[in-house]
Design a protein around this ligand. Structure first.
Ligand code: FES
Length: 249
C-alpha cells in the first residue's frame, strides 16, 4: 500500500544473480531467486530483500541509497548503472540478470575490487574530498584543495565497465581517469605538460575508439566521452604550439 492509500502494482520476477565465493564457489555461477516486486522497488531494494529473506550470504556493496556514493554500481540485464536507482519495473522483463561490473577484479558475488579503478586517478592526484562536500559558509583548512577530486564523478566504475576498450585492454586509463585528467587541465590543478605526459599514449587518449558508451552509462552526467574528445583537441593544440615554439610553460 502506498502512503496515499492506493495499492502499488506488484509482479513476481525471477532474479538470476551471479555468485562467487573464493574458495567455496569455483567458478562463478548464477543463483535464481523468485521475488514479488512492487513498482517502487529498485534492484538494490531487491538485493536487500533477498539477503533478508532468502540468502544471508549474498554480497553486494552500497551506502547512501540515493545515487551519491557510487558504491552500488553493477549490471542489470547487461546494462551498468547504480543499483539504488534502477527501478525494476523499468527493466520491463520478467527475468532480471544481475552481474558485477566488468573490467575490474571480482572479489565475491556482486563486489568488485575498486582499487584498480582508483589507481587510474592517482597519477594526477585525484584524491579524497569533493568540493561540494564543504558547506558554503565553511572556511576550508589550508591545503585542502590538494584533496579535491573530480566534481560530479561519483567514482562508481560504471564508465569503465561499459567501455568496450577497457573490457579488452585492462591497461587503458579509461573514461573516468581521462575525464579527471581533462578536469586537472582546465582547472589548472596540474601543469599541461604533466597532464599530457600522462594521457598521450597508446594506453591513454589514443586508445579510445569514441564508442561513447561511457557517456551513455554515466549516472552523474560527467560525459567522460565528451571530455576525452575535448582533451584530444587540447593535446593537438598543445603539440602544434610546441612545433611553433609558442608554449608558455
Ligand atoms: S548506494 Fe550510494 S550510489 Fe547507490
Amino acid at each position: 500500500m502506498s502512503t496515499n492509500g492506493t495499492e502499488r502494482a506488484k509482479r513476481r520476477i525471477k532474479f538470476n544473480i551471479l555468485r562467487y565465493k573464493p574458495g567455496f564457489i569455483d567458478p562463478p555461477r548464477y543463483d535464481a531467486f523468485d521475488v514479488e516486486v512492487d513498482e517502487r522497488m529498485t534492484v538494490l531494494d531487491v538485493l536487500e530483500h533477498i539477503k533478508a529473506t532468502q540468502d544471508p550470504t549474498l554480497l553486494y556493496r552500497h551506502s547512501c541509497h540515493h545515487a551519491s556514493c557510487g558504491t552500488c554500481a553493477m549490471k542489470a540485464n547487461g546494462h551498468e548503472d547504480l543499483s539504488c536507482v534502477i527501478n525494476v519495473f523499468d527493466l520491463k522483463s520478467d527475468t532480471v540478470t544481475v552481474d558485477p561490473l566488468g573490467s575490474l577484479p571480482l572479489i565475491a558475488d556482486l563486489v568488485v575490487d575498486m582499487e584498480a579503478f582508483a589507481d587510474r586517478f592517482a597519477p594526477l592526484g585525484m584524491t579524497l574530498v569533493r568540493e561540494s562536500e564543504f558547506a558554503k559558509e565553511c572556511v576550508p583548512p589550508p591545503g585542502v584543495e590538494a584533496y579535491m577530486r573530480y566534481e560530479d564523478c561519483v567514482e562508481c566504475g560504471v564508465c569503465l565497465s561499459a567501455c568496450p576498450v577497457a573490457n579488452s585492454t585492462p591497461s587503458f586509463i579509461g573514461p573516468a581517469g581521462l575525464a579527471a585528467a581533462y578536469r586537472a587541465l582546465v582547472t589548472g590543478d596540474r601543469p599541461a605538460g604533466e597532464v599530457f605526459a600522462h594521457v598521450d599514449s597508446a594506453e591513454g587518449l589514443w586508445r579510445c575508439h569514441g564508442a561513447m558508451e561511457c557517456s551513455a552509462a554515466c549516472p552523474s552526467n560527467v560525459d567522460p566521452g565528451g571530455k576525452i574528445m575535448a582533451l584530444r583537441r587540447e593535446l593537438v593544440k598543445y603539440k602544434v604550439k610546441r612545433i611553433f615554439g609558442m608554449h608558455e610553460e
